[in-house]
Ligand binder design. Structure first.
Ligand SMILES: Cc1ncc(C[n+]2csc(CCOP(=O)(O)OP(=O)(O)O)c2C)c(N)n1
Length: 670
């Protein structure tokens, strides 16, 4: 063995033993994966990964995603060893309250963690979004002789990742787009929780990925560093295809009793087995968390190297900024998650005579009005662009040969679309949006949840927002989806009532830069409300506002509605007035925004003294009790919809002004 070979082994065994020790100390976690994948991680992180441990946010760093997030100790060890701000004590506090070493990697908690992983397949698809972002930004910003965007996206993916459907969706799109700078290392250890992958996963993964258009290589020995390095080089050279390097590894490598067993997947090896494994690896059994000086020194070379890389990039950026000051400004604005001044200059101003208009149509107008001002606004739909009105009409499509367009076509892949959009947001520099029908938000729930958890500024456009989409019938009619989205902490859901509210909803979506927003938009046309007569729209950002009121007097009843049902409430209000009932109509496009307002504001909109309240929304009533109180009622839908023209449905389901009036009178005891 040469000195280098010995040093390599020392470093790799440091990764293995840190994982074993941390999991043992926490008495919980996943030691097997880090032990088997340590060599590939070592090669990638010490010979290829372009990163700067002292500035994890350097924009042109290579991205590294540990998609098999249960192997988190592998990542934490790499971060600590290469010099990120993650002291050894954090590794010793693995999985404990208040530590930065959570069970699975969490974005924003641990410096150097690029995305929250753990739900298998998500990291895989996030990486595809990062690679799309890199290519798009390179196309937009780079100039001859001035390359400021140029990096790889790497991931370690596991059997579980590749079994998940979302990975297949994302892989298919990545292959289609020819994302040559996407390089995935597959920890092919033949073991998952229930045992051998022979139980469920016997397809030829390599050929599957070849069929997707990926460049596929096989490394038969996961400890063969030279072979792994050669494969990464070959993957880099395959410039027009994403790469999968299938590396045959052994879970819990080095453990005499647990290697190649499912027992090593998600439980500590046990004190005795840890000792035997260390002996087997030629490692001192004491102390635990032992890091040999030579290993640390070698890993820490990343600090100086990283500083140099970033300094070189900074110099390149300065000469770029000197030559292209405008572009450099745009770059700064985009990467700081800011909006350029004047981005809203061309927002439409719509009046009743422009209507009736479906809110999805207005949303399309907004998108097209802001796109020229927001060059890094990038998104598309899962094959429903004509219905979702998500197309940027003045721009071309993104294709494998040409990333200068602005329209992404996700194909019928909602789940991956959400995860890819998250990856685009995580990469930074982009304002990502997606489009599909509201009912299919169910297909996107995992990434929406993660976007909320990570505080990502992704805009999820959902059209066909309730049963009134009509003839397509109950499979396409959302009933419980609004409630389900509202249940996600940190997600802002907006269901605007007309054109003006839609424009304001978009304003909220674009200025809300630290979390995701879901827009629920109608298929059917709605009148454009007369803002000369009704309240000004400025309060959409407040979540709810008084749209029409009982002039200067305490109302007898408050009608609260969202979206299309606001029009019903307005109609009912007029009919009630004829019967001497003073009704206030509150338009409530967003619960979440309303809940954030100070009590004084909320009490102005929903005065505690007015306890007779009726909420109207074409969806499950769940949650509305909170706003109507114990003496209020809800006109909602506790059943699935039906296939019929929407006006018929409105009548059959009791969404008529007459029914609202009669329910209101009932509540008032008249
Ligand atoms: C979506 C999702 N389903 C289930 C799990 C629970 N889980 C964690 S790891 C794993 C499979 C482990 O197999 P593999 O990916 O091969 O990891 P290894 O055993 O090699 O560590 C499962 C089912 C999860 N994390 N995410």
């Amino acid at each position: 063995m040469t000195y280098q070979d010995e040093l390599d082994q020392l470093c790799i065994n440091t990764l293995r033993t840190l994982a074993m020790d941390a999991v043992q100390k926490a008495n919980s976690g996943h030691p097997g994966m880090p032990m088997g994948a340590a060599p590939m991680a070592y090669v990638l992180w010490t010979r290829f990964l372009k990163h700067n441990p002292t500035n994890p946010h350097w924009p042109d760093r290579d991205r590294f995603v540990l998609s098999a997030g249960h192997g988190s100790m592998l990542l934490y060890s790499l971060l600590h060893l290469t010099g990120y701000d993650l002291p050894l004590e954090e590794l010793q506090n693995f999985r404990q309250w208040g530590s930065r070493t959570a069970g699975h990697p969490e974005y924003g908690l641990t410096p150097g963690v690029e995305t929250t992983t753990g739900p298998l397949g998500q990291g895989f698809a996030n990486g595809v979004g990062m690679a799309i972002a890199e290519r798009f930004l390179a196309e937009y910003f780079n100039r001859p002789g001035h390359t400021i965007v140029d990096h790889y996206t790497y991931a370690i993916v596991s059997d579980g990742d590749l079994m998940e459907g979302v990975a297949s969706e994302a892989a298919s799109l990545a292959g289609h787009l020819g994302l040559g700078k996407l390089i995935y290392l597959y920890d092919d250890n033949h073991i998952s929780i229930e045992g051998s992958t022979d139980l469920t996963f016997t397809e030829d993964v390599g050929r599957r990925f070849e069929a997707y258009g990926w460049h596929v290589q096989r490394v038969n020995d996961g400890n063969d560093l030279a072979a792994i390095a050669a494969a990464i080089e070959a993957a880099q050279a395959a410039k027009e295809q994403p790469s999968l390097i299938m590396i045959r590894t052994h879970i819990a490598y080095g453990s005499p009793g647990k290697q190649d067993t499912a027992a090593a997947h998600g439980a500590p090896l046990g004190e005795e087995e840890v000792r035997r494994t260390k002996e087997n690896l030629g490692w001192p059994t004491e102390p635990s968390f032992y890091i040999p000086d030579e290993a640390l020194t070698h890993f820490r070379e990343a600090v100086e190297q990283g500083r140099t890389w970033e300094a070189e990039w900074q110099a390149r950026f300065e000469s770029y900024a000197a030559e292209y000051p405008q572009l450099a400004d745009e770059w700064q604005t985009a990467t700081n998650r800011q909006l350029p001044i004047g981005w809203d200059a061309d927002l439409p101003d719509l009046v009743p005579a422009d209507g009736p208009l479906a809110t999805r149509q207005v949303s399309g107008q907004v998108l097209n009005a802001i796109a020229p001002y927001l060059p890094t606004l990038l998104g598309g739909s899962a094959d429903l662009a004509p219905s979702n009105n998500t197309l940027l009409k003045q721009y071309d499509d993104i294709t494998s040969d040409d990333f200068s367009g602005r329209n992404l076509h996700f194909g019928v892949r909602e789940h991956a679309m959400g995860s890819i959009a998250n990856g685009m947001a995580l990469h930074g520099g982009l304002i990502p949006y997606t489009g599909t029908f509201l009912v299919f938000s169910d297909y996107m729930r995992p990434p929406i949840r993660l976007a909320a958890m990570m505080g990502l500024p992704v805009i999820f456009i959902f059209t066909h927002d309730c049963v009134w989409l009509g003839e397509d019938g109950p499979t396409h009619q959302p009933i419980e989806q609004l409630a389900a989205l509202r249940a996600i902490p940190g997600l802002i859901v907006l269901r605007p009532a007309d054109a003006t509210e839609t424009i304001e909803a978009w304003r909220v979506a674009l200025t809300h830069r630290d979390g995701p927003v879901a827009l629920a938009l109608t298929r059917q046309k709605l009148p454009v409300l007369d803002r000369m007569e009704l309240a000004d729209v400025g309060e959409v950002a407040g979540g709810a506002y008084v749209l029409a009121d009982a002039e200067d007097e305490q109302p007898d009843i408050i009608l609260i509605a969202t979206g299309s049902e606001v029009h019903l409430a307005l109609e009912a209000r007029e009919q009630l007035a004829e019967q001497g009932v003073k009704a206030r109509v509150v338009s409530m496009p967003s619960w979440e925004l309303f809940d954030r307002q100070p009590p004084t504001y909320r009490d102005q909109v929903l005065p505690p003294t007015v306890t007779v309240r009726l909420a109207i929304e074409a969806g499950v009533p769940q949650g509305w009790r909170h706003y109507v109180g114990p003496t209020g009622e809800v006109i909602g839908l506790d059943r699935f919809g039906a296939s019929a023209p929407y006006k018929t449905l409105m009548e059959k389901f009791g969404f008529t002004a007459e029914n609202v009036v009669s329910r209101a009178l009932g509540l008032l005891g008249r």
